[in-house]
Design a binder for this molecule. Structure first.
Ligand code: ADP
Ligand code: SF4
Ligand code: MG
Length: 444
């Protein structure tokens, strides 16, 4: 929230959202002061073992999360983006302790929670909540909304002042639903309304940290902005801290204070939002950004270049040596192939893991010879106005270049999780991500 001008802009749509005052049942808790570290992650890993044969011997591992270092500050929104299969959901489940880490450390409010057992985790379950991607499968169809939103109170043995029913109805109102629908079932609600129910459930115990795993990607584009804006309003009102996961930069752009870009289980760039958008330093970030359409109608007529990455995302079972992105990077050199670049703060507030970053001093200036694959790694297409995309003059068109590689991140993942349920996306000549509708708080 800190000084994000887009966040303060309120559309007429959102003026209708009023958040009733907290009842006695859920009062604001004392936590770290605004801007202080709420969650700290060091060297976090999750390797899922691959077992084979009668004896179920381990023959390998899916390195879903492979050494993450970051912190989440109180009151901020940290956006996490990357192609499907890069480990975002696994990271979300690790920091909410729904998964046991393979290695590394997770600290919440300065306390080591990495290996807390069920009993030790009980108080933490109130403070850290998760909103799931699919509002259809995450709500039990046999339970009423009242039972679903009231479940956290029952699980934690908490009785809010005025009783559970009254508090649940207040929460329904908070998320913009009719409190009289308390006795209805999930199938009676639309996707957007169901996601509001999921949000109400996550807020029930007045958490400090909310991890939202692709909270709008299963929703209609027209509804996405409303739900994103609701999360934003709730953050301001309730002093929440968010980690919002998305495969689509256009979603996190509007709500994040800082953004972490993930590739194959690692963070490749972590920066405050404006720095990342104005001057991305990691080539992968640059490619992701170029796939985001320009939201300003005045600038849509202008031509812009889009970088389409060729080749598939490598498997997290045996990630490439050195820099994991070297098999798809147009700047890759021998150093990239052999030495893993550390995540360094190359500019104030901008951490990057790259030997040859954009917009900054070269970290391996002696190494100038490109790997042969690098020269073929991308295709640059020019898009502009209503013209269809065309191949840039310096690139030789190849038959497969019409494939929407970078513009279809979900489909290009080789190890994408089955639960993603991604919808098909438009071809390369179309913007790969939905145009932000007028409801989004765009202020260019
Ligand atoms: N329970 C699991 N067992 C084995 N592999 C898994 C499991 N969960 C996720 N993975 C694998 O870990 C990688 C990262 O998955 P995930 O965290 O879901 O990525 P994302 O959310 O970025 O799409 C993928 O290759 C996925 O197939
Ligand atoms: S380290 Fe090398 S391969 Fe990796 S992103 Fe940077 S330039 Fe590309
Ligand atoms: Mg996921």
């Amino acid at each position: 929230m800190s000084g994000n001008p887009e966040k303060s802009a309120v559309t007429s749509e959102d003026k209708a959202v009023t958040i009733p005052a907290q009842s006695g049942g859920a009062t604001l808790k004392q936590g770290p002061a605004q801007g202080e570290t709420l969650l700290k992650v060091t060297g976090l890993q999750k390797h899922f073992p691959i077992r084979k044969g009668l004896l179920q011997r381990q023959v390998g591992a899916v390195k879903a999360v492979d050494g993450l270092d970051f912190e989440v500050r109180s009151g901020e929104t940290l956006g996490v983006v990357g192609e499907s299969g890069c480990g975002k959901s696994t990271m979300g489940r690790l920091i909410t302790r729904l998964l046991e880490p393979t290695a590394g450390k997770i600290e919440f409010e300065g306390k080591d929670i990495t290996h807390l057992g069920v009993g030790g985790m009980r108080p933490l379950r109130r403070d850290v909540q998760m909103i799931f991607q699919d509002p259809y499968s995450s709500l039990n169809p046999r339970h009423t909304i009242g039972t679903i939103v009231g479940a956290p109170f029952r699980l934690q043995g908490v009785t809010p002042e005025g009783g559970i029913k009254k508090e649940v109805q207040r929460l329904l109102e908070v998320v913009g639903l009719n409190p009289e629908h308390y006795n209805r079932y999930p199938h009676e609600f639309s996707g957007g309304q169901r996601q509001r129910i999921g949000i109400a459930r996550a807020l029930a115990l007045n958490p400090k940290l909310v991890v939202a795993d692709e909270p709008v990607s299963a929703l209609d584009v027209s509804i996405q902005a409303q739900v994103v804006n609701l999360l934003d309003d709730l953050q301001e009102e309730l002093g929440l801290t968010y980690v919002i996961i998305a495969h689509d930069l256009s979603v996190v752009r509007h709500v994040s204070d800082r953004i972490a870009v993930m590739y194959l289980g690692k963070i490749v760039e972590l920066a405050d939002r404006d720095s990342l958008y104005k001057a991305p330093m990691h080539p992968y970030t640059k490619a992701l950004m170029s796939a985001v359409p320009i939201p300003d109608p005045r600038r849509r007529a202008a031509k812009s270049e889009r970088i389409l990455l060729k080749g598939d995302v490598p498997s997290p079972i045996s990630p490439p040596s050195g820099c994991r992105f070297h098999t798809r990077c147009w700047k890759a050199t021998e150093t990239c192939r052999t030495q893993e670049p550390p995540l360094l703060e190359l500019k104030p507030g901008q951490q990057v893991a790259c030997h040859h970053p954009e917009n900054a001093e070269d970290q391996a200036p002696q190494d100038t010879v490109l790997l042969s694959a690098a020269t073929e790694a991308i295709e640059v297409v020019t898009v502009g106005g209503d013209e269809p995309a065309k191949t840039a003059a310096e690139q030789t068109p190849e038959p497969e270049t019409s494939e929407p590689e970078m513009s279809e991140p979900e489909a290009s993942a080789s190890e994408g999780s089955a639960s993603e349920g991604s919808a098909s996306e438009p071809p390369a000549s179309e913007p790969s991500v939905p145009e932000p509708s007028g409801e989004k708080r765009v202020k260019e």
